[in-house]
Design a protein around this ligand. Sequence first.
Ligand code: 4F9
Length: 265
Amino acid sequence: MRIGVISLFPQVVESVADFGVVGRAIDNRLASLVVKDPRDFTTDTHRTVDDRPYGGGPGMVMKAEPLKAAIDAVRNELGEGTPVFHLSPAGKPFDQRMALRLSALPAFVLVSSRYEGVDERLVEDSIDEELSIGDFVLSGGEVAAMAVIDAVVRLLPGALGDAESAEQDSFMQGLLDHPHYSRPDTVLGREVPAVLKSGDHEKIARWRHKQALGRTLTRRPDLLRQMELSDEQRKLLDEYRQETGLKADTTPGVSLQVENDEQTD
Ligand code: 4F9
């Protein structure tokens, strides 16, 4: 997989290749990274990449032309039809499903912008899709681009060791992860849940599944609502509610006991 990135801070983006799963994948040639700086594609003596917004207001807007030239240059290396994504808080939410979609591509380009945004005509001309990694504003798109690269590259076959395998990741099942425990038995005055020491693998799997469902119910009811729950999963959730004293009908926006119940936020 070839990944292109457009950024005014190429060293920041290139640092994803220095460590961890992404670094190893790049070392092993499962993925490669090409980073271009729009400032290198300016034609004026001051190498201007931004300008004041038409209509007034605070902040600066990234100029279309240096971005366009940088995108064209990276597309020239990665293939003319390579899709281009712009990281923006106004984008479509980037999630595990989107990560899976991108992991199947031979190449893609991520555009990181700084300042208040980019000239909309560049978006219309050269951006296939805008992606948001969450409902917050960053100082620039670099950290968001690095998050996307990490989420996608770890899905490439061979990127993770056996112990890390991606299919086990909670989001692959649409649920939050269950809690994890390691030695010793008692730490910070708290004991490990007894079931995890029982040696009964079926019971442990059931307990973990229940915790994953329960945590998703309390923390991300929106995720549960998108799921088709099995009878067993409903039973596990009922047990979780009983064990934790959670009342189904007081959970905001969720009533999972009734099938085909109309859901409201
Ligand atoms: C991009 C925030 C993607 C969230 C880009 C400032 C951004 C962002 N997701 N914030 N520039």
